[in-house]
Design a protein around this ligand. Sequence first.
Ligand SMILES: [Zn+2]
Length: 104
Amino acid sequence: MDRDSVIERIRQRMAAGALPRVIPPLTAPGKPTSPTGHIKFDTSIGIVTCAACDTHGAQVAYRFPDGRILRFHGRCHRIWEDECRRLSLGIPASTAPVDGRPVD
Ligand SMILES: [Zn+2]
């Protein structure tokens, strides 16, 4: 799946609530670099599907404070984080391609 398709899926899923719209907040006092969600490399590589693009081989497991675990490819995870940042800045998706292409 190409990057644009993944971005589109992630945007749709975030809009539908299937993917979180925010990166989990930082909660550990004195450890500002430690999010409550954390990333670990999973042992079920190649078996689980990616929460973003639905293909197999997700490499990153992201555990959220509510206990939900989402698995992503490394690339898909970065795209999702980019989308979260974009939303947090209030930039409309249609005018803010995350890969730096000029608009129109
Ligand atoms: Zn993926």
